[in-house]
Design a protein around this ligand. Structure first.
Ligand SMILES: [Zn+2]
Length: 204
């Protein structure tokens, strides 16, 4: 998601019951106390056994915490076999790190906790539909299922235009916004060939 955070009226309807409390994002979006209230509601409902989507509630809670800490309104949870492996908040602005999306941070924390680059079979719960960067990380981590609440269009409505990046990824190279070109530098191919001959490589 882009760093710009310009709230405005969302055009798309919340798709899930879990989104009801997110009206507070729109009503109180410039008010840190509003996010604190939202976080408290998410935490309270997370403890309610009637609520089946406890992990999405936690992702919402993390998103609210993120905003009160100067990040974007994003949170994510990685879950496998009855255990939360890792959680993440958006830390792009506070950490000065454009890759510090909630899903990336949740995956990093989960992989550190597991001591493995693979999260095979896990589920990631994320408040927003993953951007292409996060989808790539989810793919490489071998996460098996994604549950999201707010769509890429809903993210675009509040200033995070993931939809544009999805269009960029699927555009032919000659039509990309970021100029991309192929180099024929000697040696690049040799590295790949040497990799195929390396006997003790760990494929991933
Ligand atoms: Zn992302």
């Amino acid at each position: 998601m882009a760093q710009r955070f310009v709230p405005r009226a969302a055009s798309s309807r919340p798709s899930r019951e879990v989104d009801v409390d997110l009206r507070r994002f729109r009503n109180d979006v410039r008010d840190a106390a509003g996010f604190e209230a939202c976080r408290a509601i998410a935490a309270k409902k997370r403890g309610n056994s009637q609520m089946t989507d406890v992990h999405m509630r936690r992702a919402i809670e993390l998103a609210c915490e993120s905003v009160t800490q100067g990040g974007g309104p994003f949170g994510a949870v990685v879950f496998l076999d009855g255990r939360v492996l890792g959680e993440g908040k958006n830390r792009v602005v506070p950490d000065g790190d454009p890759t510090a999306h909630a899903e990336i941070n949740a995956i990093r924390n989960a992989c550190r906790a597991e001591g493995s680059h693979s999260l095979q079979g896990a589920v990631i719960y994320t408040i927003g539909e993953p951007c292409p960067m996060c989808l790539g990380a989810i793919w490489w981590a071998r996460i098996s299922r994604i549950v999201f609440a707010n769509s890429r269009d809903a993210a675009a409505d509040i200033g995070f235009d993931d939809a544009a990046l999805y269009r960029e990824v699927s555009a032919p190279l000659e039509n990309r916004k970021i100029k991309i070109e192929k180099s024929d530098e000697v040696g690049a191919k040799d590295v790949f060939e040497a990799w195929t001959r390396k006997a003790d490589k760990v494929p991933y």
